[in-house]
Design a protein around this ligand. Structure first.
Ligand code: SF4
Ligand code: SF4
Length: 127
């Protein structure tokens, strides 16, 4: 069966203030922790303790920090430059998102910016 051509990416994270990084639960596995620790050149246990916490006693998630746009956002997000500070070491869920060539949030802000005729318009929405 011929391989289908990968479809063109239809979103631009550089034009988005990082909505997906404001999701309350960004899950991290042990593999993610090891990758993050290697990227930060830190000890795995130290990264686990400082940058993650347990949700519902079973799921390990990234800690968050205050954010003026979304209320809260991932602790690894640079809230001034609006980008990930550990991009090469980020967890698998961050690598996979949005799992397709379109991002629903980007479609939404693109539509709203067109309606408002303002390329920087930010509709209020919380994850
Ligand atoms: S919400 Fe979509 S466009 Fe915005 S940073 Fe995440 S993947 Fe990129
Ligand atoms: S690790 Fe990076 S990409 Fe993942 S949620 Fe945090 S800031 Fe966003």
């Amino acid at each position: 069966m011929p391989k289908s051509k990968p479809s063109k990416i239809k979103y631009d994270c550089a034009k988005c203030p990082g909505f997906c990084c404001s999701y309350p639960r960004i899950e991290v596995s042990e593999d993610d922790l090891e990758r993050l620790a290697a990227h930060l050149q830190r000890d795995v246990d130290e990264v686990r303790r400082q940058h993650t916490r347990l949700y519902d006693k079973t799921e390990r998630i990234l800690r968050r920090q205050k954010d003026t746009i979304y209320g809260q956002i991932c602790g690894f997000f640079d809230t001034d430059k609006r980008r990930c500070t550990v991009y090469e070491g980020r967890p698998d869920v961050c690598r996979q998102y949005p799992n397709k060539n379109k991002c629903g949030y980007f479609e939404f802000i693109r539509f709203e910016r067109k309606q408002q005729e303002d390329k920087d318009y930010l509709p209020t929405v919380r994850a």
